[in-house]
Ligand binder design. Structure first.
Ligand code: ATP
Length: 426
């Protein structure tokens, strides 16, 4: 019998041994399953999350495990699942279940069942494998769908012909796995996927699930390749039939990848960039504003994401004015209004225009990091009144500092006195 836990890390192995002992005492049957097993066999070790199927009530077993490890638990009563947060490892417990799709694309009707049924409800053979965690058979690999063979041959094989009409998000999941592991859809499976698309199976999926899948796709190591593949297999009608994705957009995606690589570490105030949104904008920057607004609402984009995508859509063309700006503070005033996601998209879009791209790069590499040293307390000490003009004064000082490259605080103080005098308030 193959030992399924050969390549697991020691910490995760120890957790599984403890769970196995707890299950033995409680008379529950446990199996590690799905992506966790796939990743252990592949030796990628990226998946420190452990998915466990319980042939018993998962919630009561998870409560038992949480009290043993003295850690937090989150229960989902409707799905009879629970997550236990063991230090460094998220352990998901699910009651073994059978799923029946009464309507294509809708969520399935679920009933409590056994391991074999739980395997049969999964997406691809490589995600069906389980490792037995029961005491006497601990570590044995259970592979009834040929997952190991497909893993070796690097293919994604659906479990049955109705798989993608039951749940078309599996096509998008498959594109992710192709990209992440360098796998390919097996030819019959690819045909099934394309047939399901022809039957408009993705349109049966709740938009919020499609949003989740798009986000995951764009978080994969090579989002450009993923989007090209989505275009090849599905097109983008499932998001909006007004999306026009062409060769220029592929070039734009490549430039985005390049720009993100350059600026990921360089963004001067170290704000985290939501990279997937920058890629996603390639699908939305040409859409009419009204179409985009209603699409973002329908798919459940967060408020902040919505603002970024709308600002790119609205202001992209106007960024052409960056071509002819005379002073750095003018560049600053325009770009400082935007998120880094929008600015990086603008840079990728205008990459070939030396003036515009140069000004955006100047903003990203220098101007955005300039801060004034003078504080409100300095202005009080200088007897500057009234206090209500401090905000304006400091803003004017920042622009002067950007243009004149004021070197130190004393240069800033003499500059602010000049600005104050000009206001003629004294
Ligand atoms: P990732 O590494 O991206 O998290 P994963 O395979 O671990 O991939 P999860 O979304 O965590 O994916 O799901 C865990 C397991 O649940 C999968 O390996 C698969 O067996 C099953 N699964 C998830 N989504 C589906 C689906 N839409 N249809 C069928 N099975 C699914």
């Amino acid at each position: 019998m193959v030992h399924g836990l050969k390549k697991i890390n020691k910490e995760a192995f120890d957790i599984l041994v403890i769970l196995s002992k707890l299950a033995h005492k409680k008379g529950a049957r446990l199996y590690l399953i799905g992506g966790s097993v796939r990743d252990i066999i592949l030796g990628t070790n990226s998946n420190i999350d452990l998915d466990i199927v319980v042939e018993d009530d998962a919630i009561s077993f998870a409560e038992h495990a949480a009290s043993h490890f003295k850690c937090e638990i989150k229960k989902h009563e409707t799905f009879r699942t629970a997550t236990v947060f063991v230090p460094n490892h998220k352990v998901d417990f699910a009651t073994a279940r059978n799923e029946e799709y009464k309507k294509p694309g809708a969520l399935p009707t679920v009933s409590v069942s056994h391991l074999k049924d739980d395997m049969a409800r999964r997406d691809f053979t490589i995600n069906t494998m389980a490792v037995d965690l029961n005491e006497k058979t601990f570590g044995e690999l259970i592979d009834i769908c040929g997952g190991q063979k497909d893993l070796k041959s690097k293919v994604l094989r659906a479990l049955h012909d109705a798989s993608f009409t039951d749940d078309a998000t599996r096509i998008l999941r498959g594109i992710r796995f192709e990209n992440r592991f360098g796998f390919k859809f097996e030819s019959h499976t690819l045909k099934l996927a394309k047939d399901a698309i022809k039957k408009r199976a993705l349109l049966n999926i709740h938009p919020h699930r499609l949003y989740d899948e798009m986000k995951l796709i764009l978080d994969e190591p090579d989002p450009v390749k993923c989007l090209k593949r989505v275009d090849d297999i599905c097109g983008f009608d499932f998001l909006s039939n007004e999306i026009k994705f062409d060769k220029d957009d592929v070039l734009l995606l490549r430039r985005i990848a390049k720009v993100l690589k350059t600026y990921r570490a360089k963004i001067l105030d170290k704000r985290k960039i939501t990279e997937w949104l920058v890629y996603f904008s390639v699908l939305t920057y040409k859409l009419p504003k009204r179409t985009l607004s209603s699409m973002l609402k329908l798919y459940g984009f967060k408020k902040g994401e919505e603002l970024i995508l709308l600002s790119i859509n609205k202001h992209l063309k106007a960024m052409a004015k960056l071509k002819k700006l005379s002073t750095p503070s003018k560049i600053f005033k325009i770009l400082d209004l935007f998120s880094y996601e929008a600015i990086l998209f603008f840079l990728a879009y205008y990459y070939e225009d030396k003036n515009i791209a140069g000004n955006i790069q100047l903003f990203l590499e220098e101007l955005s990091g300039i801060k004034v040293m003078v504080r409100g307390s300095d202005l009080i000490r200088l007897n500057i009144v009234p206090v209500r003009i401090y905000g304006k004064l400091l803003e004017a000082l920042l622009y002067a500092k950007i243009d004149k490259r004021l070197k130190d605080k004393s240069a800033e103080i003499s500059e602010i006195m000049k600005i104050y005098k000009k206001l003629g308030i004294q």
